[in-house]
Ligand binder design. Sequence first.
Ligand code: URA
Length: 182
Amino acid sequence: MDKKQKLEYIWGAIKRAYPKRKLVFNDGSPDSQIMIIGEAPGVDEEIQGKPFVGRAGKLLNATLETLGWQRSDFYVSNIVKYRPTDEFGRNRTPTPEEIEKFRAAIEKEIEAVDPKIVVLLGKVAMSGLGVEGAMGENRGKVFDKFNRKVLITYHPAAILRNINWEANFRSDLSKIRELLDA
Ligand code: URA
């Protein structure tokens, strides 16, 4: 199977597992060497059927653009493929059980895309993919996992809440280029 077929296969399996859910899969280029992984889609992502297209996604794109990248330079996805909601229909953090259910799929997705670098945005993506510790201590650091370089940084929604972290967010993301050239 080529890369596209592998991703189609994974997407098909996810759709079969959650036939009643509105699901959001990927965006960007499967041939990219850089895979960006977030937590779960929000309302805008659910409507448009693509990850990171709402406010957090716009901030992510804008930050990457200041570093000379375009969104299409990356492959973008989330661990959880549906929008977790509370009893009032508001976004909520995925539960550990939800993350566990999607873990095999995201690991297969990483294998299929086969990027050199994986960027994990936020605590849920970080701990969901097995990197232990606090965001404050891990951000900006690079871990060896899945035989690849895994860079940790904040979730862009956290930057929207705390603009003081923006400089760190940008400096963490600037490491992508160094890692790529290494
Ligand atoms: N937050 C995420 O983690 N993923 C998205 O796709 C959008 C917002």
